[in-house]
Design a protein around this ligand. Structure first.
Ligand SMILES: *Cc1c(COP(=O)(O)O)cnc(C)c1O
Length: 427
């Protein structure tokens, strides 16, 4: 029995499923989760001393790789000055200024401690601002685990939401409408019927939590025009894409500014940080200026702010997006032919440094409905084959991978070769 196995066995006694977030349990790929003890650059090490080339990157935050020296130094310095004050601090002002400066249309920002909290607060603000009760989400988009977003399309009347988790009251889910991505007609039909009741539409402009479902620009533009006409707030959930696909996230990449945007992952530089922002007119509805209540004991925490600020500083200084884009192109150029030759239906879907190996025939899917479900078995073999070769990818066929500035072209080459060998071993 390895040390990892032993620790995980103990974990299952005192932590539900042995994990503090379900996907970590490896249920989709089998086996015991890696118990990681350290990370440096693009590599992680487990409790047994095995080293892996890592493309999970803590699910998105680590755009500079693990334990980046400048981020570590900033955190150490902040820790030495005190962990938390529950009072305004300079770091939170600097972080808000950085996001306001980078992101199209944002004039004010509020920090929270997770992406879930950012989304939950943005939804409440949208409802408070518009005095409307309905929200719209798209199937295939993930927005964290707040009650009104753990909702799936109902089976009957297509758009009425049903709870997708036990514990979410039908009455809550009933205020959420769920639409397919990539479908202007359904969107128009819903707005024709209920547009004047819809407080907000929330979307991942680059849906990256159920495969990577790259949207047509026309669809996003249509959504922008429609919501504007209806007096509905458009919320871009940029928790993954913010500071990842461009300095100004998808808003910059696509040239479409939402009314509100939510952030997390990268802006915390590896610490628990979320944030949401928008125009002053909208954000002014938040307490203490306005009637929408929202608060947090550790919000704007100085240590977390230091990690986020150090990360954003490096991103700006080194124009990391250009570099990561070209690394992504290299991955695509070398991996696509390997997948093509593999004898199984597979293609690389990529935007910048986010990638997904889609295991199905035909063009890349743009909606959850277009995803075929047979991929899981092939993916399990690919995942285990890569792990045996010292490569760590997400333990689910529908999670994306991330490149970081710590990955080199050589690392990409090692990855592509490992994929080729893992797939050929299978057939
Ligand atoms: C990760 C994620 C969230 C949730 O963030 P947490 O920090 O895990 O609560 C919300 N929205 C999107 C798009 C995400 O990728």
């Amino acid at each position: 029995m390895t040390l990892s196995d032993e620790i995980f066995a103990r974990a299952t006694q005192v932590i539900p499923g042995g994990v503090n977030s379900p996907v970590r349990a490896f249920r989709a790929v089998g086996g015991t989760p890696l118990i990681l003890r350290s990370g440096a650059g693009c590599r992680v090490e487990d409790e047994d001393g095995n080293s892996y080339l890592d493309f999970v990157g803590s699910w998105g935050p680590l755009i500079l790789g693990h334990a980046h020296p400048e981020v570590r130094a900033a955190v150490h310095e902040a820790v030495d000055r005190g962990m938390t004050f529950g009072a305004p601090c300079r770091g939170e002002v600097l972080l808000a200024e950085a996001v306001v400066d980078a992101y199209p249309g944002i004039e004010q920002l509020r920090c929270v401690s997770s992406g879930t909290e950012a989304v939950m607060s943005a939804i409440r603000l949208a409802r408070g601002f518009t005095c409307r009760d309905l929200i719209v989400k798209f199937s295939g988009c993930y927005h964290g685990h707040a009650d009104h977003l753990l909702v799936a399309a109902g089976s009957g009347l297509a758009t009425f939401g049903e709870p997708s988790s036990a514990g979410v009251p039908e009455a809550f889910a009933g205020l959420t409408r769920v639409l397919p991505l990539d479908d202007e007609e359904k969107l128009d039909a819903l707005f024709a019927k209920e547009g004047d009741r819809i407080a907000a539409v929330i979307i991942e402009p680059l849906p990256a939590n159920n495969g990577l479902l790259i949207q047509r620009l026309e669809f996003l533009q249509h959504l922008r025009d429609l919501t504007e006409r209806a007096g509905t707030l458009l919320i871009f959930d940029e928790v993954i894409s913010g500071f990842r696909v461009a300095r100004g996230g998808c808003a910059e990449l696509y040239g479409i500014a939402p009314d509100l945007a939510t952030f997390g992952k990268i802006i915390g530089g590896g610490m628990p940080v979320g944030a949401f922002g928008g125009r002053r007119e909208v954000m002014g509805h938040l307490a203490p200026d306005g009637p929408v209540y929202q608060a947090g004991t550790l919000s704007g925490n100085p240590v977390a702010m230091a990690a986020g600020l150090a990360t954003l500083r490096v991103l700006e200084r080194d124009d990391v997006w250009t570099r990561l884009n070209s690394l992504g192109e290299e991955l695509e150029r070398t991996l696509q032919p390997v997948l093509g030759r593999s004898g199984i239906p597979a293609r690389l879907v990529r935007e910048g440094s986010i990638f997904w190996i889609s295991l199905q025939e035909g063009e890349a899917p743009r909606s959850a409905e277009a995803i075929q479900s047979h991929a899981a078995e092939v993916y399990r073999d690919l995942f285990q084959g890569l792990l045996r070769r010292g490569v760590n990818i997400a333990p689910s066929a529908y999670e994306v991978g991330f490149l970081s500035t710590a990955h080199s072209r050589d690392d990409v080459e090692v990855f592509v070769e490992a994929v080729e060998n893992a797939l050929s071993e299978r057939s």
